[in-house]
Design a protein around this ligand. Structure first.
Ligand code: SF4
Length: 175
């Protein structure tokens, strides 16, 4: 049996976003299809697991990205000016621990988030502008050898990565 994929909790339709809402879009039903074909999922919300409440003030990474946060060069700051870096580090560690417990090799994370973003994140000025970069959890998982995708990738691309990592059927029904 292939190892499970790790998925950001908000992509499963759970109302854990900073505004207390679920992610709009159809990714939850795509993942339901993945599970119906034998795929397995483990999930948490790194921001919630780091101890932040829902709803909560939105946060962005200032002066860097998640890799810089991990190395102590950048901070995660809320729109109210509160330094939430420790919560983001804790959430990332919780996500990695769950992945290691379950031999996760592939993750699908929510784009643009200071925790889960992969490739583009908000620029730290709360003006809706994005910059190149990766979230704190995405960075820690990636540094730990887990292939990180976001919901913009097709499930087939995720399934192929899973198959490459395990050499086994992934449950997508395409192989
Ligand atoms: Fe979704 Fe990740 Fe933000 Fe939690 S931290 S709401 S899982 S994007």
């Amino acid at each position: 049996m292939a190892s499970p994929i790790f998925v950001s909790a908000c992509l499963l339709g759970l109302p854990v976003r900073w505004d207390g809402k679920a992610v709009s879009g159809d990714y939850a039903s795509i993942l339901t299809k993945f599970v119906s074909r034998g795929g397995r999922i483990v999930s948490l919300c790194p921001e919630c697991s780091g101890g932040l409440p829902t709803p909560r003030p939105p946060c962005e990474i200032q002066a860097g990205d998640g890799s810089d946060v991990l190395s102590g060069k950048a901070r995660v700051i809320s729109i109210k000016g509160t330094d939430q870096t420790l919560a983001y580090l804790q959430g990332a560690r919780e996500a990695l621990a769950l992945c290691l417990q379950n031999q996760v090799k592939v993750a699908v994370l929510k784009s643009f988030s200071p925790a889960c973003g992969n490739g583009k994140i908000y620029d730290g000025f709360f003006r809706g502008t994005k910059k190149d970069g990766i979230g704190v959890t995405a960075s820690l998982l990636s540094q730990s050898g887990i292939r990180v995708f976001d919901e913009e990738h097709t499930l087939e691309a995720v399934a192929l990565a899973l198959k490459e990592s395990s050499g086994e059927s992934c449950g997508c029904g395409r192989e």
